[in-house]
Write a protein that binds this ligand. Structure first.
Ligand code: BEZ
Length: 304
C-alpha cells in the first residue's frame, strides 16, 4: 500500500463521489477508479458499499479513512518539519506566551543576539497550544509556554517552576489584613482569569489550583489577556493570580501579595521538534541555564 493509494482513497471518501475526487486530485476518473480497486484487492476488503449513491463507506472503509487521514496529516507535518530542520540559512523563530516577556525572555533574546549575531532571530507571540501547531508546521523552531501538553512530535523541557502571586486593587482591605494570603482568603472575591481562549491555558492552571484545594471562587470573570486582567484588577473588579515575574510590571494601583501555599507554581516550558538537534537551539538552552546561574534563579537542568 502506497501513500498515493491513501491520498486517492481519502479524496473519494471525503467527496463521496469519484468525479469530484478526480477533479480535486487533478487526474482522470478511470485511473482513480483503478487505484481504488487495486487498494481493495491488496487489502482484500471492500471499502465502499457497491452501488451506493452518494458513495457510502463500509465499516472497514470508515476504519481505513480515520487512520489514513491521520497518516496523511503526519506525512504533511514530517515534510514541513524536515524542510525546516534542513534549511541552509541560520534562522530561528521563537514563539512565546505574553507572560514570559515579564520574566527572563527579553534578557535571553538580547544575550542570544549579542553572542550569535549570525542567526536571524524572530519573535512571535502565541499561546502554548498555537506553539505546538506552529512547531509541527515548521513555522517556529522553539516555543516558550506554560502548558504541559503531550505530543509525540514535540520535545518539552521544563526550565523552571515560577511561584504564583495574588494581584489585588491597592485599596483592597486584604492588602492591610495580613502579610501573605492563601487561596482560601480569595474565595469570597471575584477571580479574574486569563486568557479566555484558546483553552487549555494558564487560566485552567489557576482554576485547578483552587480545585486541588477543594475551593470554589465566589465568582469568575474571564479576561481576554494578561494586560486586561491586570487593568480590571486596578479598576477594582476583582483579584487575579499571576506568575511572580509579573512583579516587573508594577503599577501603583495594583498590590501584589505572596501566596502562602505549597506547590502553587506555573512552569516555564521550552518546546522544540522531537529529535531536532540544531546547535542553535542547544546554544539557546545553554545560554538560558547560564543566565539562571548568573541571576541565582532556581531551575532544573535537563541533559540535551
Ligand atoms: C524565564 O523567565 O525563566 C524564561 C522566560 C522565557 C524564556 C525562557 C525562560
Amino acid at each position: 500500500m502506497e501513500l498515493r493509494h491513501l491520498r486517492y482513497f481519502v479524496a473519494v471518501a471525503e467527496e463521496r463521489n469519484f468525479t469530484r475526487a478526480a477533479e480535486r486530485l487533478h487526474i482522470a476518473q478511470p485511473p482513480l477508479s483503478r487505484q481504488i480497486q487495486q487498494l481493495e484487492e491488496e487489502l482484500g476488503v471492500t471499502l465502499f458499499e457497491r452501488g451506493s449513491r452518494p458513495l457510502k463507506l463500509t465499516e472497514a472503509g470508515r476504519f481505513c479513512l480515520a487512520h489514513a487521514q491521520q497518516l496523511l496529516a503526519q506525512t504533511a507535518e514530517l515534510k514541513a518539519m524536515t524542510q525546516r530542520v534542513g534549511q541552509i540559512e541560520r534562522k530561528m523563530s521563537v514563539g512565546f506566551v505574553a507572560s514570559t516577556l515579564y520574566g527572563m525572555l527579553p534578557k535571553i533574546i538580547r544575550r542570544f543576539r549579542a553572542e550569535y549575531s549570525e542567526v536571524a532571530l524572530s519573535l512571535h507571540e502565541m499561546t502554548t497550544m498555537e506553539q505546538i501547531k506552529a512547531l509541527k508546521e515548521g513555522k517556529i523552531d522553539v516555543g516558550f509556554g506554560r502548558i504541559r501538553h503531550e505530543d509525540p512530535n514535540v520535545r518539552r523541557i521544563v526550565l523552571r517552576e515560577e511561584r504564583l502571586m495574588a494581584a489585588l486593587p491597592s485599596e483592597h482591605p486584604l492588602t492591610l489584613a495580613k502579610p501573605t494570603l492563601t487561596l482560601l482568603d480569595l474565595v469570597p472575591e471575584t477571580l479574574i482569569i486569563y486568557p479566555k481562549a484558546p483553552r487549555p491555558s494558564y487560566a485552567d492552571q489557576v482554576l485547578a489550583a483552587f480545585q486541588d484545594r477543594a475551593l470554589t471562587p465566589h465568582k469568575i470573570v474571564e479576561a481576554r489577556e494578561l494586560q486586561i486582567a491586570l487593568g480590571l484588577v486596578a479598576a477594582g473588579e476583582g483579584v487575579s493570580i499571576l506568575p511572580s515575574s509579573m512583579l516587573n510590571l508594577r503599577r501603583s494601583d495594583v498590590t501584589y501579595m505572596e501566596l502562602n501555599e505549597q506547590n502553587l507554581v506555573s512552569p516555564i516550558i521550552m518546546s522544540m521538534r522531537m529529535r531536532d538537534e540544531s546547535p542553535d537551539i542547544k546554544a539557546l538552552l545553554n545560554l538560558i541555564y547560564d543566565l539562571y546561574d548568573e541571576e541565582n534563579i532556581e531551575y532544573k537542568k535537563e541533559l540535551w
